[in-house]
Design a protein around this ligand. Structure first.
Ligand code: SF4
Length: 257
């Protein structure tokens, strides 16, 4: 069974498919990640800890204390409370069937119940600004940030759920911007989205079967690539990464993730 995730698909279609190959094998160590990436991980961690322990963000023992991280996390938790959401679960591992040969994988930040009783999946996004609307010819307004593969992946019902009897149909991308008010952007998946996801997964599945992940060694793709050190085998490249043990273990079993 081939397992696809948002990150795996995004790496494959990022301008250099070889990134996807390396992503399955190597984890960039936190100290070498970009500042925005480290910041986003820290904010997610603070929100999750606050919701799980039911402690106020500012009461968390955080080392080192980063005021910006705590501020963003606090605003996310405040948003949930202000809008009356009841948290059902956080950091939920999601494994869902897409086709006979493909399954989907992800970690859902939060599952919550709205005051209306509707259950929604929530994904936290740290961003400098709120998302800009895109106005279509027919007058419809869309937010491109809410239209990616993440939504259809998470909204595909899992094989089984110990938490919910019926899988939610709505996802909320909750953007926590630098200085503006927190805003939620909703997403409902469509058949067209599912077809696009299936086609994308099929391409990656075939690439994996054939071992076909072409490199694009252009400066544009390489300069910002997290896998530059291992790809180019720079001096001491090993210090930048941890091997993905999970992948290695599963590889032995002849399966993915
Ligand atoms: S360093 Fe360049 S060639 Fe290597 S994986 Fe990254 S983008 Fe591709």
């Amino acid at each position: 069974m081939f397992t696809a995730s948002k990150s795996y698909l995004e790496k494959f279609f990022s301008g250099c498919a070889y990134r996807a190959f390396l992503y399955r094998r190597w984890n960039l160590k936190k100290e070498f990640m970009s500042k925005p990436m480290r910041f986003g991980i820290a904010v997610h961690g603070a929100i999750e800890t606050s919701l799980r322990t039911k402690k106020d963000v500012m009461e968390l023992e955080w080392d080192p204390v980063e005021v910006d991280v705590l501020d963003r996390a606090q605003r996310a938790v405040n948003w949930l409370q202000k809008n009356g959401y009841e948290v059902i679960a956080t950091e939920v591992e999601h494994i869902a069937p897409l086709s006979k040969t493909i399954q989907l994988y992800g970690i859902i930040d939060c599952i919550a119940k709205a005051p209306s009783g509707e259950i929604v999946l929530i994904d936290w996004k740290t961003s400098k600004n709120l998302w800009a609307p895109l106005k279509l010819e027919g007058g419809e307004i869309v937010y491109v940030g809410a239209q990616g593969w993440q939504g259809p992946i998470y909204l595909t019902p899992p094989y089984e759920s110990a938490i919910l009897e019926e899988w939610p149909k709505k996802m909320l991308y909750v953007v926590i911007p630098e200085g503006e008010t927190v805003e939620a952007y909703s997403y409902h998946k469509t058949d067209a989205d599912d077809r696009a996801l299936l086609r994308a997964c099929e391409l990656v599945r075939v690439a994996e079967e054939d071992g076909n992940f072409p490199k694009n060694t252009g400066t544009f793709t390489c300069n910002s690539c997290d896998f530059k050190q291992v790809c180019w085998q720079t001096i001491g490249w090993q210090k930048y990464y941890d091997a993905r043990n999970k992948h290695a273990k599963k590889e032995e079993e002849g399966d993915e993730e």
